[in-house]
Design a binder for this molecule. Structure first.
Ligand code: HEM
Length: 268
């Protein structure tokens, strides 16, 4: 049977470049025309040297199966929750001090004195819960739609690692205010990790940065929370989206596969 190549999806009409005719309309080239022209020139300049537009088109303009619905937006929603956490986290890091004697005071300063501090901290705190919920809902969607099956098993596995990393973000962030609740809750959490088979004791030693909960524990949690895990999550989201683009998304399970007449008419 001859292999058929799917035609590249055309650019939507709204994005087709319209021929510019300077001097049309009121007869003058206005500042808006010049600004648009400058933007196009810059994009063209970069594209000529990098050919990035091919990759962007490959990523954004692809066929999606019939029946695609709102449940398919949960993955992107989880990604935007992550981006919001990254942005608010950057602003929090400008004021936060990961020292056992100053951490609580720096959080108090953010909440009560820094400009919009309470708002940014609130977004980060509530955002972490929102992200966990969205990741779980997205995992439920992919499970119930059978999207974990061939050929998407690897993307499911990457997803599982993303889920663990998301939970690790919440766990490591919880200690950072360094108040009574976060301190004792984290001791409980670290001890629970220690009960795991084989690697449990090593894992809790690693998290505590030694046999006792001490000054270095907080800086270790901070490094895990703002460097190690976000870096891993960003890289894994990249791999996850690459596979989504390469393999396409799964059709809803209630739709039966139908042969595409245009693609099969040559064969019959
Ligand atoms: C930070 C966490 C995550 C982000 C940002 C993310 C992002 C995305 C996005 C944007 C898509 C494409 C659109 C969609 O179907 O929603 C997708 C698809 C997919 N995700 Fe995730 N995801 C995450 C976690 C997970 C988890 C925890 C799992 C499962 C354990 C998972 C498994 C999958 C699978 C199998 C697909 C392919 C869906 C299909 O072919 O229909 N993802 N992900």
């Amino acid at each position: 049977m001859p292999r058929l190549k799917l035609p590249a999806p055309p650019l939507p009409a709204a994005l087709q470049p319209k021929p510019r005719r300077p001097g049309t309309g009121n007869g003058r080239v206005g500042p808006l025309d010049q600004a648009a022209e400058a933007g196009i020139t810059v994009v063209d300049w970069i594209d000529e040297r990098t050919s990035l537009s091919g990759g962007v088109r490959w990523m954004l303009f692809r066929k999606v199966p019939k029946g695609t619905n709102w449940f398919y937006t949960l993955g992107s929603a989880a990604m935007f929750a992550f981006l919001s956490q990254a942005v608010t986290g950057i602003f929090l890091a400008m004021y936060y001090d990961p020292s056992p004697t100053r951490a609580y005071e720096s959080i108090r300063y953010i909440t009560n004195e820094a400009f919009l501090g309470e708002f940014v901290r609130g977004m980060h705190k509530w955002g972490s819960t929102v992200m966990v919920i969205l990741v779980f809902l997205h995992m439920g969607r992919t499970f119930f739609f059978g999207a974990y099956k061939y050929p998407r098993e690897l993307n499911w596995v990457i997803g599982v690692v993303l889920l663990i990393m998301t939970m690790l973000m919440s766990f490591s962030g919880y200690l950072l205010p360094f108040d009574q609740r976060s301190y004792w809750a984290t001791i409980v959490g670290v001890n629970i990790n220690g009960t795991g088979p084989l690697i449990g004791p090593y894992l809790s030693d690693f998290l505590r940065a030694g046999p006792e909960f001490g000054a270095t524990t907080l800086s270790r949690f901070y490094a895990i929370h703002m460097l190690l895990v976000p870096g891993l999550i960003a890289a894994l989201i990249g791999a996850h989206l690459y596979l989504v683009t390469k393999l396409g998304t799964t059709a809803p399970p209630w739709l039966k596969a139908q042969p595409d007449e245009k693609l099969t008419e040559d064969e019959v």
